[in-house]
Design a binder for this molecule. Structure first.
Ligand code: MG
Length: 297
């Protein structure tokens, strides 16, 4: 039987009244060392998520609530997304690359080097409508053997990268981050939100084709922000500390939804994308909301 805990909605701005839902969070599963990288796959009705220190990927099946091991070892997989063709794109901290799983099960490396040097340890990824792959590259997977393979960085800095959909070229599009982490595109693809865990803030960039501009701080947060998602109302959801922080596109912190453990990331799912899944420390939680996630497909 699924364990539940009371959901705590903390309204800090009247606009947060649009956000509501279940009065409880369901703990769907527990037993990880550190969960991350939630992705709901609509066609399969399952949620993939990483248990990074245990070097495995798990799959929660929406049809019967069961959880099974999807991959182990998993090359220290962290964040993942799905592209417009329905292919899962995964950040691998062990081999320090971003790869795509094709429909036949084979994998294609999308990025593993920049200017001939190995990436640090790709953390999280989004794909824009034009097929470009955007990812962050902090050093968590090479800082120790805990969630990857200890190694000296080859690149001076932790950057935000874009993989060109035509040439496959890997470009650093922002090089002034300390610890870039979760990221999300607005529904129309015109804005890119990127969390910097070290600076405890979320930045916003304007996207124009293969170029980004701006990069101002959208909001400072309590706790180091990690995963970011966007809903169809344009609100920006950020996992930081024991809460999901909900930001208006203007940067106002509208409110928070409490989580019983430290939250790393989140994903909207279910048939209507109104079921929110949260990876938090040892567990995965779920809550049915009155708002819908922006579609990835
Ligand atoms: Mg992350």
């Amino acid at each position: 039987m699924t364990e539940t805990v009371p959901a705590v909605y903390e309204r800090l701005d009247e606009r947060f009244a649009a956000v509501g839902g279940d009065g409880r969070l369901e703990r769907l599963w527990t037993g990880a060392r550190w969960t991350e990288g939630p992705l709901y796959v609509p066609a399969g009705r399952y949620l993939l998520f990483s248990d990074i220190p245990n070097d495995r990927v798990l799959r929660w099946d929406e049809t019967d609530g069961s959880v099974s091991v999807f991959e182990a070892p998993a090359d220290y997989a962290n964040g993942r997304t799905i592209d417009r063709q329905g292919r899962v794109v995964t950040c691998r901290q062990g081999s320090r690359r971003v790869e795509r799983t094709e429909h036949d099960g084979s994998t294609t490396v999308l990025a593993d080097r920049w200017r001939g040097r190995r990436l640090n340890s790709p953390n999280d990824v989004v794909v824009s409508a034009d097929g470009a792959v955007w990812f962050t590259d902090p050093p968590y997977g090479i800082a120790s053997d805990y969630e990857g393979e200890r190694a000296e960085p080859e690149i001076d800095g932790c950057h935000l990268y874009r993989v060109d959909p035509v040439t496959g070229g890997v470009d650093a599009v922002a090089t002034d981050f300390e610890r870039p982490n979760g990221l999300a595109l607005s529904e129309d693809g015109s804005r890119l939100y990127v969390a910097d865990t070290q600076h405890q803030h979320v930045r916003v960039f304007d996207v124009d084709g293969d170029r980004i501009s701006g990069g101002d701080v959208l909001a400072d947060l309590d706790g180091g922000p990690d995963g970011v998602r966007v809903d169809t109302g344009g609100r920006v959801w950020v996992a930081a500390g024991r809460a999901l922080h909900v930001l208006d596109p203007d940067g106002t912190l509208l409110g928070r939804v409490g989580v019983p453990e430290e939250a790393s990331n989140l994903a909207f799912g279910g048939r209507k994308r109104n079921r929110l899944f949260v990876t938090a420390s040892t567990s995965v939680y779920s809550i049915l909301l009155t708002v819908n996630g922006a579609p990835l497909l």
